[in-house]
Design a protein around this ligand. Structure first.
Ligand code: NAD
Length: 484
């Protein structure tokens, strides 16, 4: 496998350390969202391929991979991280072509993947149990053990980052993984298989089976040989995954969508806030689970914030990933129709500003103009539903109580941010906001791999990233020895 040049030709499943054609013989077309052209084919893995991958992972747990000391696992992950950095140019090009990410954003994802592998590589031998004082004559201690075989179903919007955080943490704990990437964006997942191979990961420790959600995804989530499921994606599919997990009585981590707000108070430092207010909505063309799609502004500064955001929107340029502009295309024609459908439902709203699609953007690319909508009622469908496109709504509030009521007034609870110089207000609101992450005078904190991440409500449950993920990818055994 060569990753030192732009790399699209490898399309098969990676199972048990080998590249194998799908047993059903079918392939799916890979499209470049920037111009609608076909750039390759990927295996259409199905239940039989998933069976093989789960068998390979089970054997890996019982074999070389399962016997490796934690520090050796860590060393292998660190080596994978180094290879990701070595091949970052190729990974950037692949992701830009496959997902439509502007090059800078694609490179950030590759570098984040390297950070996850470094972080979890370093953490692998630092997770310990504890001793528990107990009755006279007993010694009691706990062991953190891998679940066994873990299934990872990931979406198309940030393949490298999501694989880094979930597969990275699962491998660090000694699980053997079966990864089912999204059918729209499999190429970097397969590249990660190639990197694992080059790093010397024992066969079967990481298996990658591309394919459709309804086939390979459903087979993986229902497989009785899988002991933990990690899913990132939409709420309806997350709910199916949880039902499948319930049937097999296995734990599941769900990272679902969001409708994340930024709360701008009258004492906010607007110069500091403005880049975050806009970028958090349009990064990756708004196809980000933690996108900030709602901007809540205290009424006394509403006009000013709206005018300054509008100025930024008008400067936004949208075009092919290779041009590395502010915004690329959406992933697919389907996603474009979804976003346009939402915009049609918002025809009654005031369009405060739009970005611009460059004149030479290919007709067949999936471009949508970033759109800033003003005067939006908190219960409007565009202020409630996840759009997953470059659309933000601006909502006015009068006081803290109203700000919290609006911020918490959706089904979601992924992240939120507070822009204010008032320390007491920051502390109060950080407690009152219903979210898995709260930012004070920033948004996203640079995405830190160290920071536990996940949601409440329809945004899901369980935490990935940071040390917390290592606890999620392991189970605790209590050993109580009576020795008199
Ligand atoms: P999706 O739920 O349609 O697909 C996600 C993954 O699930 C894909 O790999 C797909 O093949 C698979 N899948 C689809 N149907 C399946 C089934 N029946 N059984 C098993 N697997 C199945 O989501 P999407 O359209 O790829 O991604 C967009 C959604 O994901 C958005 O709602 C977004 O907010 C969410 N998301 C959340 C996070 C997070 O960390 N919270 C990150 C990225 C995306």
């Amino acid at each position: 496998m060569k990753l030192d040049a732009v790399w699209f030709e490898q399309s098969n499943c990676y199972i048990d350390g080998r590249w194998c054609a799908p047993l059903g013989g079918g392939y799916l077309t890979v499209e470049n969202p920037s111009d609608g052209c076909e750039i390759g084919q990927i295996a259409r893995g199905q239940a039989a391929d998933i069976d093989q991958a789960v068998a390979a992972a089970t054997a890996a747990r019982a074999g070389e991979w399962g016997r490796l000391p934690a520090f050796e696992r860590g060393r292998l992950l660190a080596r994978m991280g180094q290879l990701v950095l070595k091949y970052q140019d190729a990974l950037t090009q692949i992701e830009a072509a496959d997902v439509g990410k502007p090059l800078t954003q694609a490179r950030n994802d590759a570098r984040a993947l390297a950070r996850y592998l470094e972080f979890y590589g370093g953490a692998a031998d630092k997770i310990t149990g504890e001793t528990i004082p107990y009755l006279d004559g007993y010694t009691v201690y706990t062991l953190r053990e891998p679940h066994g075989v873990t299934g990872h179903i990931v979406p198309w919007n940030y393949p490298m980052q999501i694989i880094g955080r979930s597969v990275g943490a699962a491998l660090a704990m000694g699980n053997a993984c079966v990864l089912k990437p999204a059918e729209e964006a499999c190429l970097t997942a397969l590249a990660i298989g190639a990197i694992a191979e080059e790093a010397g990961l024992p066969k079967g420790a990481l298996n990658v089976v591309p394919g459709l959600g309804s086939e390979a995804g459903a087979a993986l989530s229902a497989h009785p040989g899988v002991q933990h499921l990690s899913f990132t994606g939409s709420v309806p599919v997350g709910s199916l995954i949880q039902a499948a997990a319930a049937k097999n009585v296995v734990p599941v981590t769900l990272e679902l969508g969001g409708k994340s707000p930024q709360l701008v108070f009258e004492d906010a430092d607007l110069d500091a806030a403005l880049p975050f207010l806009v970028n958090a909505g349009i990064q990756n063309a708004g196809q980000t689970c933690s996108a900030s799609s709602r901007i809540l502004v205290q009424r006394s500064r509403y006009d000013e914030v709206l005018a300054r955001m509008a100025e930024r929107y008008e400067a936004l340029r949208v075009g092919p990933a290779a041009r590395d502009l502010d915004v690329g295309p959406l992933i697919s024609g389907t996603q474009k129709s979804v976003v346009e459908g939402f915009l049609a439902k918002g025809r009654d709203l005031e369009v405060a500003a739009r970005g611009q699609i460059v004149a030479d953007a290919p007709e067949a690319g999936h471009y949508v103009c970033p759109t800033l909508l003003a005067g939006v009622a908190p219960d409007h469908i565009l202020a409630q539903d996840e759009i997953f496109g470059p659309v933000q709504v601006v909502i006015a509030f009068d006081d803290e109580a109203e700000a919290i009521a609006i911020a918490n007034g959706t089904d979601f609870g992924l992240v939120a941010s507070i822009w204010s110089r008032d320390g007491a207000r920051q502390m109060r609101l950080a407690k009152d906001l219903r979210a898995g992450q709260v930012f004070i005078n920033n948004y996203g904190a640079g995405g830190g791999v160290e920071l536990p991440f996940g949601g409440v409500g329809k945004s899901g449950h369980g935490r990935e990233k940071g040390f917390e993920a290592l606890y999620g990818f392991s189970s605790l055994k209590t050993v109580a020895a009576f020795h008199g």
